[in-house]
Write a protein that binds this ligand. Structure first.
Ligand code: PRP
Length: 207
């Protein structure tokens, strides 16, 4: 499985804001949006482009656009904070949604909604979720996508635990990972260490 860590100095600075326990909800959301731009920039580096002639005020030249914009799939709740930034870079991209909440006792994902196109054949998909912890939520989400025919899935996350990477790599799914950091480990509550806490709560407050 291809795993790419975006460790640009600007990404590190935003990630530090996200990690800092003193960061308030609004500042957290702003840093997440900015970091998402950097992650998507990297995730689309090898994207196929289509060309067409265009005219500048001075001369004829070649114009470029994404040949096959990905379907964006934020995983609710926390992935919502990445959705607008990702779609801002790719205004033509469509969006699907998956809602999951991790059971606090078992750490297993409990699905509560999905809204996805029926067929994902020949369509790249970017799954947006700040956290890859045990990997259970991501494996569940990508299975929903492959059941619909997806064969090129990119996980875009802020933080990954080694356990989550291993789980995903062992699930035999057509996925690659773009992340800003692979952290040390999971703790007994399956939280990423050092991590940033609960990305949903830090954006939207505990509910
Ligand atoms: C968090 C996070 C991921 C999931 C990661 O969501 O946003 O979706 O847990 O954990 P895993 O890799 O062990 O499955 P949570 O269930 O806390 O829901 P929320 O986004 O509504 O806060």
């Amino acid at each position: 499985m291809d795993v790419r860590v975006v460790d640009h100095p600007l990404a590190k600075a935003r990630l530090s804001t996200l990690r800092d326990a003193r960061t308030d909800n609004a500042t957290f959301r702003a840093a997440l949006r900015e970091l998402t731009v950097m992650l998507i920039y990297e995730a689309t580096r090898d994207a196929e482009v289509a060309t067409a002639p265009l005219y500048t005020p001075v001369a004829r030249t070649i114009g470029y656009r994404l040949a096959n914009p990905p379907l964006l799939v934020p995983v609710l709740r926390a992935g919502l904070g990445m959705a607008d930034a990702a779609q801002g870079l790719m205004p033509e991209a469509q969006m699907g949604f998956v809602g999951l909440a991790r059971d606090e006792a078992t750490h297993r994902p409990v699905p509560y909604m999905e809204s996805l196109p029926e067929s994902l054949r020949d369509r790249p998909v970017f799954v947006l979720d700040p956290m890859l912890a045990t990997g259970g939520s991501m494996v569940h989400t990508i299975r929903l996508l492959t059941e619909r025919g997806a064969t090129h899935v990119t996980t875009v996350c802020v933080l990954a635990a080694p356990e989550g990477i291993d789980h995903l790599a062992g699930a035999d799914l057509p996925v690659r990972v773009i992340t800003a950091s692979i952290d040390e480990r999971l703790n007994d509550s399956a939280f990423i260490v050092p991590g940033l806490g609960d990305a949903g709560d830090r954006q939207f407050g505990a509910v």
